[in-house]
Design a binder for this molecule. Structure first.
Ligand SMILES: Nc1ncnc2c1ncn2[C@@H]1O[C@H](COP(=O)(O)OP(=O)(O)O)[C@@H](O)[C@H]1O
Ligand SMILES: [Mg+2]
Length: 171
């Protein structure tokens, strides 16, 4: 098929696509790779570029790692305990925009604004760089964090794929 036709088909598909998936998995570090790959596979129908895919994978990794390590204090617990701790991942495709939601029911964040500052970390002893939120912000188009101490944390991210305008073209 001519390249122009392929382009047109891709852009029509992107504008009209609607899809959703949800996963619930144990808060263990093995599942960070699982989440990253699951989201990658889910966005494949949108034909993401390698760069878009790398951005999405990094952002999902950071959010899921935070849920496991900070939300549930992952690595300080025994493996068995962790089976009670779940991470909730929801992905929606609306047109050419991917929405990702990562939720934990862990300890929550007291000061969200401070937590989101580059280099801020409450676990310097674990070699955390404090750059997780900064990466999510840089690699996605939108980032929102909702958290309540003792209740848990939700991270909402959006990424627009492709180069068309945020505002739908008029046909
Ligand atoms: N899901 C979460 N639950 C509780 N605290 C969190 C969560 N995500 C992030 N935080 C807090 O925000 C801080 C900054 O997160 P981040 O930017 O990813 O840096 P890092 O993970 O390297 O500490 C963490 O050190 C932690 O205190
Ligand atoms: Mg982090």
């Amino acid at each position: 098929m001519e390249i122009e036709k392929v382009r047109q088909l891709n852009s029509t598909k992107r504008r009209t696509m609607q899809n959703e998936m949800q996963l619930i998995f144990n808060a263990v570090s093995e599942n960070e790779a699982f989440a990253r790959i699951a989201v990658s596979a889910f966005v494949m129908p949108l034909n993401p570029t390698l760069e878009e895919l790398a951005d999405i994978k990094t952002a999902v990794s950071e959010a899921v790692t935070n849920a496991i390590i900070h939300g549930y204090d992952g690595e300080e617990k025994k493996e068995l305990d962790a089976s009670e701790d779940k991470v909730f991942l929801k992905c929606t495709i609306l047109g050419d925009v991917l929405h990702v939601e990562v939720t934990d029911e862990g300890k929550g964040i007291e000061n969200i604004k401070r937590a989101m500052e580059p280099l801020f970390t409450t676990k310097p002893e674990m070699d955390r760089s404090g750059m997780g939120f900064a990466f999510m912000e840089a690699f996605m188009d939108d980032l929102e964090v909702i958290s309540e101490p003792g209740m848990g944390t939700s991270v909402f991210m959006k990424k627009k794929l492709g180069t068309s305008s945020w505002i739908l073209d008029e046909d």
